[in-house]
Design a protein around this ligand. Structure first.
Ligand SMILES: [Mg+2]
Length: 429
């Protein structure tokens, strides 16, 4: 306990007064009207002042009706969503990566009916309706599918207003710092150190994240000694100017997590992600309280009630919702807002270079409590290349938030030509 929590509290007191609405035009947070959403709104209730959870609404209705929702996928990895309104305007989004074919099936079976025929500016209400209607299926694929529709609607709303989504949320498109995120545990400490050093010299990443322990590892390492070696090794290779983060992917029980955390602190690492099985909130809280370094987590968490508990108990020092696991930008903004009200920074999980990183750049460019940098995968993933233009480019450790309307990108026609297409329309629903 101690220093870092005092700082969080101070930041909260300093900023709380100014943050009741988004600073941009046209978008504000509004208290949920319980009659509209069947009391679902209080799941993320702000208990300190008794208010219900705010959610983002557009002040001006578009007057449009969503007429058609199409999906495009080639394999189980990647699936795009295209929404067309009755005036012909369109928006593009993406369901979550991995088993995208399952998400697309869920999208057409369980999600589209709640959006077709509706005004896209009612997004906050429509998202809650889609969740509530699927309450028997919490929440994974429902959220993964919903995120495709939600992100397509945001694109459409941005285009309708002639603004990037970042601007719509009150932010400003600009180059935004990114951290180089390693996904590998098969790489040796020596090779990882060498790889990061080269990337630092070439691209200027201000920070890197490496993997420690093993996934759901029950305290076991990827191989004996890897974690104890990689911590000093990458620090030595990169020097003291680069920030270093680790991800344990639910590896440790608290005692072992604290032991690893003390070693990380010794080498001036600044962030320890998912030290304990992520669903064990009390374990994570114990580690967070014991260590001086920041503990982060939340990428898997897709239930707003869990997010409320996690933030109220200060289970982590930095929240990392995944926009596409959580059900889209709308629900992510609610988690970010709740975190902001508790003085907690938000850095959404964006562990591949498909659209999730694009969405995250726009959101981070607008959040008052955005963390220092967006997660940016350093792995070679051909399936995430040439899918939209302009592509990401890391210059001096930053990636530009596109400034064009909506997400500011065009989906590559060559990719779409070979994709399997499915359509839901007002007529066939
Ligand atoms: Mg992670």
């Amino acid at each position: 306990m101690g220093t870092k929590h005092d700082i969080s509290r101070r930041n909260f007191l300093k900023t709380a007064a100014a943050l009741s609405v988004f600073p941009g035009t046209g978008l504000s947070f509004q208290q949920i009207d319980a009659t509209q959403v069947n009391n679902y709104g209080d799941v993320l209730a702000i208990t300190a002042d008794g208010h219900n959870d705010p959610y983002p609404v557009l002040e001006n209705k578009t007057g449009l009706k969503i007429q058609k929702i199409e999906t495009f996928h080639k394999n189980s990895t990647l699936g795009f969503v295209k929404i067309t309104a009755d005036n012909g305007s369109v928006g593009w989004g993406q369901v979550s990566t991995y088993d995208a074919d399952i998400s697309i099936n869920v999208l057409h079976r369980k999600i589209t009916e709640h959006f077709l025929g509706e005004d896209p500016s009612d997004l906050g209400i429509l998202v809650d309706r889609a969740i509530e209607a699927n309450y028997k299926y919490p929440w994974s694929y429902v959220c993964r599918a919903l995120s495709g529709v939600d992100t397509a609607v945001w694109d459409l709303l941005g285009k309708h207003e002639g603004k990037s989504v970042c601007e719509l949320l009150g932010g400003r498109p600009r180059p935004f710092p990114v951290y180089g995120s390693s996904m590998s545990r098969s790489i040796t400490p020596e090779d990882e150190s060498e790889r990061l050093k080269k990337l630092y010299e070439k691209k200027g990443y201000p920070a890197f994240k490496v993997r420690v322990g093993s996934v759901n590892g029950h305290n076991k390492d990827a191989w004996p000694g890897r974690t104890e070696n990689i911590i000093p090794s990458v620090r030595k290779a990169l020097g003291d100017d680069v920030k270093l983060l680790v991800d344990a992917n639910s590896c440790y029980a608290p005692t072992k997590a604290i032991e690893v955390g003390r070693m990380l602190q010794e080498y001036h690492f600044t962030q320890f992600e998912e030290p304990c099985p992520y669903w064990e909130l009390e374990w994570t809280t114990e580690v967070t309280q014991e260590l001086d370094m920041a503990v982060s987590g939340g990428e898997q968490d897709n239930e707003l009630a869990t997010w409320r508990r996690m933030i109220n108990m200060h289970a982590v020092d930095i929240v990392q919702p995944d926009i596409l696991y959580l059900g889209g930008v709308t629900r992510t903004l609610r988690v970010a807002k709740k975190a902001e009200q508790h003085g907690i920074p938000c850095v959404p999980h964006s562990a591949n270079r498909a659209m999730v990183t694009l969405f995250t750049l726009h959101v981070m460019g607008a959040l008052p409590n955005a963390g220092d940098y967006v997660e940016f995968s350093i792995e070679d993933t051909p399936w995430a290349e040439n899918i939209f233009a302009p592509e990401f480019e890391v210059i001096d450790g930053k990636v530009a938030i596109p400034s064009g309307p909506g997400w500011g990108v065009t989906i590559n026609d060559n990719w779409l030509d070979g994709a399997k297409k499915r359509v839901s329309t007002v007529e066939n629903t």
